[in-house]
Design a protein around this ligand. Sequence first.
Ligand code: GDP
Ligand code: ZN
Length: 313
Amino acid sequence: MEGLVTKTTGSWYIVRTGSGEHYKCKLKGRFKIKGIKTTNPIAVGDRVDFDLPSGQDVGVITNIHERDNYIIRKATRLSKIFSIIAANIDQAFLVVTVALPRTSIGFIDRFLTIAEAYHIPSQLIFNKVDIYDDKLKKLHEKYESLYSGVGYSCHSVSALTGENIDKLHAVLKRKINLFSGHSGVGKSALINRLDPSLNLKTGELSGYHQKGKHTTTFTEMIELPSGGFIIDTPGIKEFGIIDFEPWEVSHRFPEMRVLLNDCRFNNCLHVHESQCAVKQALEDGKISPIRYQSYLNILNHVEEEGLQEWEME
Ligand code: GDP
Ligand code: ZN
């Protein structure tokens, strides 16, 4: 049989078949993944083959299908061993708010550049629109035009009132979706709105977000009634770890990426170089100074640290 891993605990897995049945499964023998050392051979989102020995109700996973993508993080703070957070992600959503708490542009851009590096298309969800007064509405518009202007879809919702939740449902349908964001932006409230039967606890110090904090390999995929899945990563603060070379940073900004062939030097860092298409576009008002500043901040960070590990907060 074949199925999708929807839950992992480290020692066993829940596998969902195409017809919607769930099987508890164990791993047969040891699996190794080429190239990286990982603590967990299988993650949510993996597609696997499994056998169900006759007369037993626990399946045995025999094969892992090749992954389209996967995101990893360090297993522990200082180790060189990684854990896979999730695999085969169709799209990533960053849940943000312009107030209570305000998500910074720098934070959003760090998230987006990592998603770009993982080749995972991403979108922004602005939550809590019910509390936006005129001033916050202006700020929201500014954020939205900045990001939709460079090609990221933006959604404006309220988990509290249910505004635009139907539109969000349509976008999530039949896809494997990853949700991320600072704690307090309303991820749990939003997931509850999308599937009221879940009844996740909300509130900044709720049990839900404490639960996963030290159990690093516990991840679950939430199945939506409309078809489609949400991977929530409670307690996981890093969105991922990724190697960035300085020259690669501009490749992670879509509005810069399209100009790179026009720079005079092919290793142009778009800072002090002459005949730089990115700086020209900045002067012409075609690239936002805010995004360019994020670019410089990330470039600085990469030049100082070499390897990049991006934390959510
Ligand atoms: P999480 O940490 O991202 O999972 O955030 P929670 O879902 O726990 O929500 C944090 C706080 O924001 C809670 O007090 C929620 O009731 C509140 N909240 C969540 N969504 C909304 C919303 O759309 N509007 C308003 N006004 N409050 C919200
Ligand atoms: Zn340049």
